[in-house]
Design a binder for this molecule. Structure first.
Ligand SMILES: Cc1ncc(C[n+]2csc(CCOP(=O)(O)OP(=O)(O)O)c2C)c(N)n1
Ligand SMILES: [Mg+2]
Length: 313
């Protein structure tokens, strides 16, 4: 979580210094969701993200230097400089993307879950028991692809976690103004899918829910719809002046900061001292600073490479 937060703060700094281009959507405030879900999974499981994807990539194990280099458009980036902020991808870390269109990842993740099941049951590959985590927002849950995919995933009992990061807003559209049923997890019922609501500012609560969902998926019992109640601490993107959300609302959620909450819990339970937590901050700051140095020093993609990867080689 500290890596995610520190990385995103550094992104904001680099964006305003003109080091990266296009839209950049930061994840500050939502770290407990990515960490709680992904750390309950295996490294060979699949993760599918949205345009708010930097921290999902980091949680999936993509090194910070590769993510930062991608944001700088450099050849050493995880998408070799072709993707940028919204199109992070790593075959090595089973990160399926990075998608600019709202809800675009949902069918891709559903397909990933389908191939695990198909390889295992039809092709007889015993080791093909990977689970997929599909992250998306409250706004995306009103898109048709969500409903089509829930239907098929339930029908085929696919090994997938649909993780809705309900941060109350879709750009400037408040969730309660856009959704006929504001409790998104309730929508699982219509498809015979287990739906769970969890405090998305509490990493241990998210992890507990994720563990159960992963076990269900791995055992062939099908998908889970997890609604994590969370909040983004910054504007929709770095181009958003964030004038639509009230000061009171923001302040309410700042007090529930998932990193501060876990730190307080760890100190109270004698699991760590303040000095040890400070050491983590210092170490992570070093990782992020090194990622920037790496990105700055890396070469631009070679123009002769431009046509690679447009079609499968
Ligand atoms: C298909 C499509 N429609 C509209 C947009 C413009 N758009 C970008 S982000 C966004 C809001 C999505 O909100 P949500 O799913 O809650 O995710 P969050 O940004 O809150 O993480 C919209 C409407 C888009 N990118 N794709
Ligand atoms: Mg949202």
């Amino acid at each position: 979580m500290v890596l995610g937060r520190t990385f995103e703060d550094k992104c904001a700094e680099m964006y305003y210094r003109g080091k990266m281009f296009g839209f950049v959507h930061l994840y500050n405030g939502q770290e407990a969701v990515s960490t709680g879900i992904t750390k309950a999974m295996r490294p060979d499981d699949f993760v599918c993200s949205t345009y708010r994807d930097h921290v999902h990539a980091l949680s999936a194990g993509v090194p910070a230097r590769q993510v930062m280099a991608e944001l700088f458009g450099k050849a050493t980036g995880c998408s070799q400089g072709r993707g940028g902020s919204m199109h992070l991808f790593s075959a090595e870390h089973n990160l399926l993307g990075g998608f600019a269109f709202v809800a675009e990842g949902i069918p891709v993740a559903t397909g990933a879950a389908f191939q695990s099941k198909y390889r295992r049951e039809v092709m007889g590959e015993a080791g093909a028991d990977q689970v997929t985590a599909c992250f998306f927002g409250d706004g995306a849950s009103n898109n048709g692809q969500f409903f089509e995919c829930l239907n098929m995933a339930s029908l085929w009992k696919l090994p997938i976690l649909y993780v809705v990061e309900n941060n109350k807003w879709a750009i400037g559209m408040a969730h309660h103004r856009a959704s006929s049923e504001t409790q998104i997890f309730q929508k699982g019922k219509a498809f015979g899918i287990v739906g769970v609501e969890v405090d998305g500012m509490d990493v241990l609560a998210v992890r507990a829910v994720a563990k159960e969902a992963v076990a269900r998926a791995r055992a062939g019992e099908g998908p889970t719809l997890i609604e994590a109640l969370t909040y983004r601490f910054r504007g929709h993107s770095l181009a958003d002046p964030d004038e639509l959300r009230s000061k009171e609302e923001k302040e309410f959620w700042f007090t529930r900061d998932p990193i501060k909450k876990l730190a307080a819990y760890m100190i109270e339970q004698n699991l760590a001292t303040a000095a040890e937590l400070k050491e983590i901050d210092t170490k992570i700051q070093g990782v992020v600073d090194e990622a920037v140095e790496f990105a700055e020093a890396s070469p631009e993609p070679d123009p002769s490479e431009l046509h690679h990867y447009i079609f499968a080689d």
